[in-house]
Design a protein around this ligand. Structure first.
Ligand SMILES: NC(=O)C1=CN([C@@H]2O[C@H](COP(=O)(O)OP(=O)(O)OC[C@H]3O[C@@H](n4cnc5c(N)ncnc54)[C@H](OP(=O)(O)O)[C@@H]3O)[C@@H](O)[C@H]2O)C=CC1
Ligand SMILES: O=C1OC[C@@H](O)[C@H](O)[C@H]1O
Length: 365
């Protein structure tokens, strides 16, 4: 028994992301400020939940429910974590909120901005906490890069950024019930992985949006196979400053692990971000002008001097998100300062516009 404050999680769905999240939730983390308890698990089949619990949180004894609703109504659950495919996030969030529960819901938060706004309206009315589980934003690497770019201005004024996520999912080989293939589950590269490319662009160009933040002009194209959006490219331009971001994603090819997936250009240098995937970055390298770097690019890389910042990850990297969220709840906040509601709406509105131009529509929209 620890003396740390406790937070009791109700886990909704037992798919891949719930496995990853729960595994990290129960990790021994000496710096942790909260004791995370897996209080309940809601799943389509009780046996699936039992197997999940024995594999991913063997030292805990959660109540296993054969429905999600029972998790929402369990008085011992402090916060519900939603790990269903994106098409169900709206319904899951609304039901959890209506039962008075705090919610951490996976990305993409919903299918569109309209659903997102309705969830936040409901949360406001019920006075509960809701946040999009954009784990990337909680990582120490992301927060340090944000500080270096916008407080220290390490590369001067940022004026453009490229960011790509190539995930290499062979959609045609998957069953039609897969969330990567089934439109009714929200299949498509933009909502699944393009949201990370967009997040890096947001980090570089602006950080976190107040409700009235400038909306970029958007020029976007999307390609489809069997009706599923498989490749997205979008240019975002902020007319007041001329800053540009290029957001790309594809499921048709895998990005090389460890290689650069995003480049941020400033008036005084540039930064490359590297990692296993854009959702799990490992390091970034700052290349400054006039500090031993030749001004032109026709020199071998070894002749240039960049400063590499490395961030080893504990577990898969979900501990930071879990910890920040738990502290928000324990300290009575209703929104995350790392992923506030206005920012989730802002991201969803950009994705709506990209999809409008790219002709991607989900059933029921
Ligand atoms: N943050 C991150 O790094 C990641 C986030 N994600 C996000 O998590 C969400 C889930 O993705 P992932 O875990 O990969 O998905 P999976 O397909 O692996 O699991 C989804 C789970 O949702 C439940 N579910 C409820 N209804 C359905 C349905 N009709 N079809 C399929 N599953 C259903 C099932 O759980 P049960 O049977 O227990 O009810 C299922 O196991 C997505 O929104 C995705 O974007 C995904 C991967 C990584
Ligand atoms: O969030 C995610 O990050 C990792 C990807 O492989 C996965 O498809 C996506 O859901």
């Amino acid at each position: 028994m620890s003396n740390l404050p406790k937070i009791r999680w109700g886990i909704v769905a037992t798919g891949m992301i719930s496995e990853w999240f729960v595994e990290d939730l129960v990790l021994d983390w000496p710096e942790g400020k909260v004791e995370h308890i897996v209080q309940a698990i809601g799943t389509s089949k009780i046996e699936k939940g039992q197997e999940f619990a024995s594999k991913y949180c063997p030292k805990q004894s959660p109540t296993i429910y054969g429905s999600y609703e029972e998790v929402y109504h369990d008085a011992d659950v402090d916060i519900v974590y939603i790990g269903t495919p994106h098409a169900f996030h709206y319904q899951n969030c609304m039901e959890a909120i209506s039962a008075g529960k705090n919610v951490l819901c996976e990305k993409a938060f919903t299918l569109n901005a309209k659903q997102t706004k309705e969830i936040f309206d409901a949360a406001r009315e019920k006075n509960v906490y809701v946040a999009e589980a954009m784990w990337l934003r909680h990582r120490p690497l992301y927060l340090e890069l944000q500080r270096l770019l916008h407080e220290e201005k390490i590369i001067g004024d940022v004026f453009r950024v490229f960011s790509d996520f190539a995930s290499g999912v062979d959609i045609a080989s998957l069953p039609t019930t897969s969330r990567y293939r089934n439109l009714a589950l929200g299949a498509g590269s933009l909502l699944d992985i393009g949201v990370y490319s967009l997040t890096w662009v947001r980090l570089a160009l602006g950080g976190t949006a107040p409700a009235q933040a400038e909306k970029p002009l958007i020029l976007a194209a999307q390609s489809h196979e069997e009706g599923v959006e498989v490749t997205t490219s979008a240019i975002l331009q902020y007319s007041s400053s001329g800053k540009q971001g290029i957001v790309t994603s594809t499921t048709k090819s895998l990005g090389a692990p460890g290689e650069v997936f995003s480049v941020i250009h400033g008036t005084n240098g540039y930064i490359e971000i590297e990692g296993r995937t854009p959702s799990a970055p490992d390091s970034f390298t700052v290349w400054k002008k006039h500090e031993g770097n030749p001004d032109r690019a026709c020199f071998p890389r070894e002749m240039c001097r960049g400063k590499k910042y490395e961030f080893p990850t504990l577990g898969r990297g979900f501990t930071h998100e879990a910890e920040h969220t738990a502290l928000d709840i324990l300290e009575g906040r209703k929104e995350s300062s790392i992923m506030p509601w206005a920012e989730t709406v802002y991201i969803m509105e950009i994705m709506d516009e990209i999809r409008r131009q790219g002709n991607t529509v989900y059933p029921g929209e």
